[in-house]
Design a protein around this ligand. Structure first.
Ligand SMILES: Cc1cc2nc3c(=O)[nH]c(=O)nc-3n(C[C@H](O)[C@H](O)[C@H](O)COP(=O)(O)O)c2cc1C
Length: 204
């Protein structure tokens, strides 16, 4: 599987860091095309304490094996993700800013992230948007509806608590596992819901 991972300027760089760790170690993943917006770079620096280059980001500084990663500058519209002929299985925008969501919803393709997203949609491949914002404006909600109607999946960075998380990592892993589920990758990072033996739900 070849996947595109794009980082944009929403809070939640740690979701991208963990997803990249998991994908780069996964046997079903052959190649990861990576790109990040200028604002995504700023958020990475602020939240993870790393100064990455947009052209040649050294992700090993955040614990990621670079073997499968091919990085592209976000302004490079000649990069392979710009074309449907490159045959990526899917794309994850993580975290996905409401700005990038709006561009995707309205068909903009003026940088590599928005162009690659339009390509993934036109080719009917998987587009997962890990949004992070609260509360949502009506504009953002409408943009979410528009991209969902076009075939994308909003995987909001919105962890559950039924797996009894004890660390921030547990919360991050909840979201990353749902992303992997939608990419069709077998990944077990946190326990999945199973009906407790004692059916307390119906006791009353
Ligand atoms: C510290 C900081 C945190 C931000 N957090 C979010 C956020 O969580 N969600 C969001 O949609 N935008 C957030 N923004 C705003 C985006 O960075 C801004 O809309 C930017 O234009 C996004 O650009 P991009 O889509 O090209 O990455 C944040 C901005 C800053 C400076």
């Amino acid at each position: 599987m070849k996947v595109i991972v794009a980082v944009t300027g929403a809070s939640g760089a740690v979701y991208a860091q963990r997803l990249l760790q998991v994908l780069s170690q996964h046997e079903q993943v052959r190649e990861i095309a990576f790109t990040m917006s200028e604002q995504g770079r700023m958020l990475f620096a602020h939240e993870l304490g790393v100064n990455l280059s947009l052209k040649k980001p050294d992700l090993s500084s955040i614990g990621i094996n670079m073997e499968k990663i091919v990085a592209f500058h976000p302004k490079d519209l000649t990069a392979p993700p710009s074309s449907g002929s490159s045959r990526y299985s899917g794309m994850v925008v993580v975290p996905c800013s409401t700005n990038t969501l709006a561009k995707i919803a309205h068909g903009f393709a003026d940088d590599l992230i928005s162009r690659a997203a339009q390509v993934v949609l036109k080719e009917r491949r998987k587009l997962l948007l890990v949004t992070r914002e609260t509360p949502f404006s009506l504009v953002t909600l409408r943009n979410m509806v528009a991209v969902t109607e076009a075939g994308a999946v909003i995987v909001d960075a919105n962890p559950g608590f039924y797996h009894h998380p004890k660390t921030v990592q547990d919360l991050v892993d909840f979201v990353v596992q749902r992303v992997c589920d939608h990419l069709g990758l077998s990944v077990e990072l946190v326990p999945r819901w199973e009906l407790p033996e004692k059916r307390w739900v119906h006791e009353a």
